[in-house]
Ligand binder design. Sequence first.
Ligand code: FAD
Length: 552
Amino acid sequence: MNPDVIVVGSGLAGLVATHELAKAGKKVLVLDQENRNNLGGQAFWSLGGLFLVDSPEQRRLGIKDSYELALQDWLGSAAFDREREDTWPRRWAQAYVEWAAGGKRQYLHDLGLRVLPLVGWAERGDGRADGHGNSVPRFHLTWGTGPEVVRVFAEPVLGAEQRGLVEFGFRHRVDELVVEDGAVVGVRGAVLEPCDDLERGKASSREVVGEFEHRAAAVVVASGGVGHNHELIRKYWPTERLGKCPETLISGVPAHVDGRMLGISETAGASVVNRDRMWNYTEGIVNWDPIWPDHAIRILAGPSSLWFDATGRRLPAPNYPSFDTNGSLKAILASGYDYSWLVLTQTIIEKEFALSGSEQNPDITSKDVKLALRSRLAKGAPGPVEAFKQHGVDFVVASTLRELVDGMNRIARGPAVDHDVLEKQIVARDRELGNKYGKDLQLAAVEHARRYVGDRITRVAKPHRILDPAHGPLIAVRLNILTRKTLGGLETNLDSQVVRPDGSVLPGLYAAGEVAGFGGGGVHGYNALEGTFLGGCVFSGRAAGLALARSL
Ligand SMILES: Cc1cc2nc3c(=O)[nH]c(=O)nc-3n(C[C@H](O)[C@H](O)[C@H](O)COP(=O)(O)OP(=O)(O)OC[C@H]3O[C@@H](n4cnc5c(N)ncnc54)[C@H](O)[C@@H]3O)c2cc1C
């Protein structure tokens, strides 16, 4: 094939760019270091949560949302403060929120994607109206989760492959961008040993069996972030902002999320910005049934569990589960240790624990309505949560607090938690339950959340005493820091063209998805509102595809 465009990466961003290009009749060569089984990259494993603003689903639930409110939330979260590096991210942020409040839902709907009627309330914020967080629920779960997000783009792209418009080069690892006369004109790299039968997500061999060079009018880099590259994460970790980098990091993304293309693009003349901005989660548990090395799962916990640092001190307000990811990370690391504890009851786990990842939500992923109703509304925790409770190394289950603390201290990586200190704090919180009001801000947040029908039905347990045996057994979960998203990256203009450090366009080079900080080199700024990553891949991949379709 004599391609018009080479796309590096067959994850979501690469698929979207390819889809737009093929729609416009352009010939595309898609190169990926992994095998065909990995088509769709990280998006396949994702929960498929999508940030939408003023959607019909929100309106049906009585949620009043608007572009203005969403932009206020976005800018409050992003906290852009860098004159040079935040120039494009600021513009991307405005354009992206406009799209989330405008054409995004229809674009995805036209491709066949549907969302669930109940809207989730992720990242509820730091308590300031103009600060970080979602003022209202905006997390729309895809019916079919990540695999469905992939399907709606993969199907037309595979159709274009059959028509000869798209060609894939799997196990083709790009090691260099070819630059001539100041423009990117192609790619060079290594052909890796074939592994057709290796299952999706498994780490693959890096044995080189050949080399390649391909040329085209433009190259779109869509190679993902740095999430599995702990070396790069440690190198750029923002110690002054968040505290010392954790000694123990577990990986929320597959091994192919290696961040190599950032350095390779930089060598070719690209500007990489905001490398110190990352989105790593505080609620990581070790997967008892791993797919990739160090496989970590994120607990999406509702607001009721009590959260203690490694020394057994309750995290200060408003560090409640799912409120303020970076704020909580800072509070945890301030203890001098890199893990923390959730303490909860069986009643809370049943209603409030969800796990992020398509494979952890088989009912929604397989679009099985009956299974979904049974597992979400029936008594007991959903199957995958129960499996972690039984097999996960981070879980302690006990009928008394004394036994619970003994169990916690058996798996603690730091100081022993003192039973009496923990008990005093839990009893104090439990005493606040006597009235419908009180001064415990977490209980106020729980009452507040239950005023939203979506939370009351599926997400937030009725307040009860943690030490009430009727709600037992007691559960403690050791939470580790889980690596996931890269918020900085290749600096791009609104057409996804990569720019040089002097701000001029680097001809021939485009970037989309996580490698471009989901647009501009960091559309999220310092903090994300959740469900914004898949959408960021779609928005920036689409921008690259449309711009190239116009210009070629
Ligand atoms: C468990 C999980 C849950 C998530 N849940 C959500 C959610 O609910 N909502 C949300 O918005 N986001 C979510 N995300 C994040 C989202 O899925 C990712 O940010 C997004 O899919 C990244 O897509 P991408 O195309 O930019 O990169 P990737 O999916 O990483 O794809 C990049 C591709 O490039 C290839 N590649 C890399 N380097 C090279 C090279 N040198 N040569 C050739 N090929 C190369 C890789 O092999 C890979 O296939 C989740 C992620 C995970 C892992």
